[in-house]
Design a protein around this ligand. Structure first.
Ligand SMILES: *[C@@H]1O[C@H](CO)[C@@H](O)[C@H](O)[C@H]1NC(C)=O
Ligand SMILES: *[C@@H]1O[C@H](CO)[C@@H](O)[C@H](O)[C@H]1NC(C)=O
Ligand SMILES: *[C@@H]1O[C@H](CO)[C@@H](O)[C@H](O)[C@H]1NC(C)=O
Ligand SMILES: *[C@@H]1O[C@H](CO)[C@@H](O)[C@H](O)[C@H]1NC(C)=O
Ligand SMILES: [Cu+2]
Length: 405
């Protein structure tokens, strides 16, 4: 852990006092690292909503065409009704049936529209993680996916999100996202006896183990029990420290969706305290996005890695192919929601050039120019026209018009 809990609590108390409206009676809010952080997170969400909503009612034209009237609202999975959940998974299944737009000469394994997103992510993996584009790229990627569900598959809702702090508390078995019912995002994989830890780190960094879960095999329940994962793997971590790769991952390699839901990883890296600290402690975007992805060498995979390794399985543990599990988009909506909450604590700075840090290559290897507001993001055959970072910094300016509740 990067902060002693004592020091962290002091910092938390100080920063939340600055960040949030002062309490009536001037007593500093008491913040404890466990139960109360769910409450702190709710306050941060409320704050972000108020800041965003009030900018829309008073901001008029400067903020473009997004108004309070047509603001779309992304919701947590558990707050959706069963028909709303089903409408979402039906639209995902529809995307998996539509013809791919990627030429098969470029990505032979891309068979469906759903695969177009995976192909784009595989193709760009080393230039969109640990880069200056990480947050904005995934914001745009998730937004275009949501638009495709709506425009190509008749979905009327918005992109739901997975609040990891809830599953950290309940465990996946009791979560409406993962309980395996027809109104879930499908459940765990079948128990696979071949266990042993997952080894992270390596490549010059110290190795460290994280536990495997109690699944590991094919998903057998819920909407995605028959789906085919067509692309990858590229760099898949397996229990027992093994890895698996199918070259560049672009060949047709149909297989079942595997999951290895791992409560311990969820609880350790993506609990309410992890989320609250990631929002309140970092004062600049470099620290914010590094905390989220995990500072290499610290044995901390952050809330981003925490979510991915909670899912586990194939393609869940492959950085390249991870959008091949439909839960990816609920995970990345939460990542985006955390960014939005962090941005709302200092909107002007954090949606401008000062809100960008890093270059166009993974940990700047090989070295590349700094990412700027003019850097272009291109989603290939998945969707959309290229956009600049400038267009992607705010959820209520440029092409976007949404908040999270
Ligand atoms: C912000 O606006 C949205 C959309 O109208 C609404 O659902 C939400 O409750 C509002 N939040 C606050 C705190 O006013
Ligand atoms: C919101 O409404 C305005 C005015 O009616 C319209 O010009 C704009 O395109 C809408 N924006 C979105 C994102 O729907
Ligand atoms: C919750 O997360 C924090 C920060 O990520 C971590 O230090 C703590 O150990 C976690 N709690 C549990 C119960 O694992
Ligand atoms: C892969 O990315 C490169 C640029 O990095 C681009 O030229 C190429 O068209 C992309 N391929 C696909 C299939 O998206
Ligand atoms: Cu990614």
């Amino acid at each position: 852990m990067r902060f002693s809990s004592h020091a962290a609590l002091g910092l938390l108390a100080a920063s939340i006092t600055n960040a949030l409206p002062a309490p009536q009676d001037d007593t500093p809010p008491t913040i404890s690292p466990s139960a109360d952080d769910l409450e702190t997170l709710a306050q941060l969400s409320q704050h972000a909503q108020e800041v965003t909503n009030s900018s829309l009612s008073t901001g008029k034209r400067q903020l473009g065409s997004c108004t309070l009237r047509n603001l779309s609202v992304r919701r947590e999975w558990g707050t959706l009704s069963n028909p709303e959940r089903k409408a979402y998974t039906d639209a995902v299944l529809c995307l998996q049936k539509k013809q791919s737009k990627t030429p098969s000469s470029l990505i032979p394994g891309a068979k469906s529209r759903f695969d177009d997103w995976i192909g784009t992510h595989i193709n760009q993996t080393t230039t969109i993680h640990y880069t200056g584009t990480f947050l904005a790229w995934h914001r745009y990627f998730t937004w275009e996916y949501e638009q495709a569900l709506r425009n190509e598959c008749g979905y009327k809702g918005t992109q739901p999100y997975w609040d990891w702090s809830k599953t950290a508390k309940t465990g996946h078995e009791k979560s409406p996202i993962f309980d395996g019912s027809e109104f879930s995002m499908s459940g765990n994989g079948e128990l696979d006896d071949n266990k042993g830890d997952i080894m992270l780190g390596g490549q010059g960094l110290p190795e460290f183990p994280i536990p495997a879960g109690n699944g590991g095999g094919c998903v057998t329940s819920g909407p995605f029990k028959s789906m085919s994962v067509n692309l990858g793997p590229v760099q898949l971590s397996l229990p027992g420290g093994k890895t698996e790769s199918n070259g560049d991952g672009l060949a047709y390699n149909p297989r079942c969706l595997k999951r290895d839901l791992t409560n311990e990883v969820n609880r350790r890296f993506a609990n309410a305290t992890s989320v609250v600290r990631n929002i309140l402690l970092p004062k600049d975007v470099y620290d914010f996005q590094m905390t989220m992805q995990g500072y290499p060498g610290t044995n901390d995979i952050g809330i981003h890695g925490g979510g991915h390794f909670t899912i586990g399985g194939d393609p869940g543990r492959d950085l390249f192919t991870s959008p091949g599990d439909p839960i990816f988009y609920l995970h990345h909506s939460m990542i985006d929601r955390v960014w939005w909450m962090w941005q709302s604590l200092d909107v002007k700075k954090r949606t401008s050039a000062e809100g960008i840090a890093g270059t166009g290559t993974f940990m700047n290897q090989p070295p590349s120019p700094d990412t700027t507001l003019d850097t272009e993001i291109n989603l290939g055959f998945a969707a959309g026209s290229p956009k600049t970072m400038r267009d992607l910094m705010s959820t209520t300016a440029g092409p976007f018009c949404y908040i999270y509740i």
